[in-house]
Write a new protein. Structure first.
Length: 168
């Protein structure tokens, strides 16, 4: 049986916990002030059933956090989802896409800018606006349904999309 992401549940989670600056983040997961973007999208896909973070995540109390790089690092998340993970069908649980016309809500967008060190930010597509197109929600800069066109291509030089192989 393949791992299937419930897009609606992933987006509902993002809509609920997007405003980290006001302290509205899920306290059951660790929070990395100012650097929580990939952690946040990992949680969204976890809540949508697309990935199981439980065997690899944080344990302990307020002083000890055990995590894996794939849940908190932009490059490691992309590599794990599109190359290293294997669903029950032995295929990676996600595919990388470069065409925004192939993207749906619940997909992950990652941002590239050489001046910021390459691939540096992850967000989740939460809305498709009839005028502005793809809109995303993210931590690290706490944005909610922000049009991708506001930052790409003038602030970010490249974007890629991580899309679940199977979704409902």
């Amino acid at each position: 049986m393949a791992i299937v992401l419930n897009r609606q549940k992933a987006v509902e989670y993002a809509q609920k916990y997007w405003d980290e600056e006001s302290g509205n983040y899920n306290k059951l997961f660790p929070h990395f002030d100012g650097n929580d973007c990939t952690n946040f999208v990992s949680q969204c896909w976890h809540e949508g059933g697309g990935i199981d973070m439980s065997p690899l995540v944080w344990t302990g109390g307020s002083t000890t956090i055990v995590t894996t790089d794939a849940w908190v690092n932009v490059d490691a998340f992309a590599k794990y989802m599109t190359e290293l993970s294997a669903g029950y069908d032995n295929l990676p649980i996600a595919v990388m896409k470069w065409d925004s016309n192939e993207v749906s809500v619940g997909d992950i967008v990652q941002f590239y800018n050489e001046e910021r060190g390459g691939w540096h930010h992850s967000a989740i597509i939460t809305y498709i606006d009839p005028v502005y197109g793809l809109c995303y929600t993210a931590h690290s800069d706490s944005v909610h349904n922000k049009p991708l066109s506001d930052v790409y291509p003038h602030q970010e030089t490249e974007v890629c999309f991580i899309c679940p192989r199977y979704a409902e």
